[in-house]
Design a protein around this ligand. Sequence first.
Ligand code: HEM
Length: 503
Amino acid sequence: MKWVFGKWEIICIVVILGWLLYKYMMIVKIYTKQEEEEESGGGGEVKPPRGSSGWPLIGETIEFIAAGYTSRPVTFMEKRKSIYGKVFKTHILGRAIFVSTDPEVNKVVLQNQGNVFIPSYPKSVIELLGESSILQMNGGLQKRLHAIIGGFLRSPQFKARITKDIENSVKLTLSSWMDRNSHHPLYLQDETKKITFEILVRLLMSVEPGEDMEFLKREFMEVIKGLICLPIKLPGFRMYKSLQAKERMLKMVRKIVDDRKTEMEKNEAKGSGLPNDAIDVLLRDTGESDGPQQRLPLDFISGNIIEMMIPGEDSVPMIMTLAIKYLSDNPVALACLVEENDELKKRKDESCEGYAWTDYVSLPFTQGVISETLRMANIINAIWRKALEDVEIKGYLIPKGWCVLASLTSVHMDEENYKNPDVFDPWRWEKTGASVNSSKFTPFGGGQRLCPGLEFSRLEISIFLHHFITTYTWVAEEDQIVYFPTVKTRRKLPIIVTPRRNH
Ligand code: HEM
């Protein structure tokens, strides 16, 4: 037999393999030592949470993602919780982090006292959002922007006006289903997106359906495709295309902002009246009444209007779709919901009065259905934060620079917090009150960054549910909820709708 390798080649191969093995052993040793040190707490009182770093480089990412594709994504968290406790260390999606499944620890992280914890999104999200987005910014400016937007969205005047807009949009979409071929399903996930996108654009910048709305829809879809991708800003790459789409949107929004400012200056003498949308409130704001008066720069306003579309775009239509999915599987809950909403409709028909926003949000069972959907299918399943200094929470040390993932889903699906957590049970909210945001129920986050769209979202979902279930009955085809990378239904929830006649 003829030798393929010479003596020197064999020596080289042995040396290279030996070197690789040595490197691998060193990495394993470093990881193991770190874990041992952390488990022993380095002899001090408070210790960093225990846990495993998994495999070199990839950590425990494969197990984490695999759990996201099952019907119980919390199994990843539950397994580690049972070994290491409610706060543990892991290594996922390219970084070592601490995961908290403890409502009290989450509360401290979300309260963000003294700006110890700052948002820590994946790099692609950071690139797309830009530094001056409310979602990334910290300190005084975040508080100011949060207060302006929150104050506007919570105001009764805004809710009264947007209620009419939501009703119109919902009724328009529902009436477009009337003449459908009853054998062809419609895809509820797509239909609800149509409704909510137009309302979101209207509340942010008062653009009506038409060419501009279509432009915004098209470009925005391009922008959000870049949220989870390689952060490479070179032509041909996803990130580059998304940033280009954002630039095109910015041009259009900046023009709307400029026109509005000119109009505002013209009308200043006449008094300003109620703000119409988020652009109006941001343009009018002059800062602290007792501090230096300073208006927000126009580029900053345009950027934030687009960036605010990101948390608002997908969340509401998904909750609408998932509520219908859960109700399709729970005929008793559906019957209760129909009864409550039929009663309201009857009252309104008899009195010939229009609906006030308070009519929708005061239906207790309907609010229970919304809370139960938010609990079980947490759209924002966790919140990423980074510690700016060493912090001690409940006996755990979170060292400076480390990331904490406050898992909302784990708290919502914990037997300790909710009896039979896997069961869709809207009645459980009868005792606590459905709209309560407590440390054990945080679908909208908490603390300084508590979602400013909370009340508006609940109102929008309530209006959709009311008109949908009082107008149609439906049969849902088989579908499944998936949880990774975001919560959605695998087949966009196909349903066959039939108009209700006799009520
Ligand atoms: C079911 C619907 C929604 C859910 C579950 C939801 C959830 C959340 C959560 C968990 C946060 C906190 C993020 C963090 O702490 O890092 C948040 C923040 C935010 N949400 Fe929502 N959201 C919803 C709808 C909306 C809508 C419709 C809007 C816009 C009109 C909106 C605008 C915002 C903004 C601007 C922030 C950032 C607040 C800040 O950092 O100060 N959200 N949302």
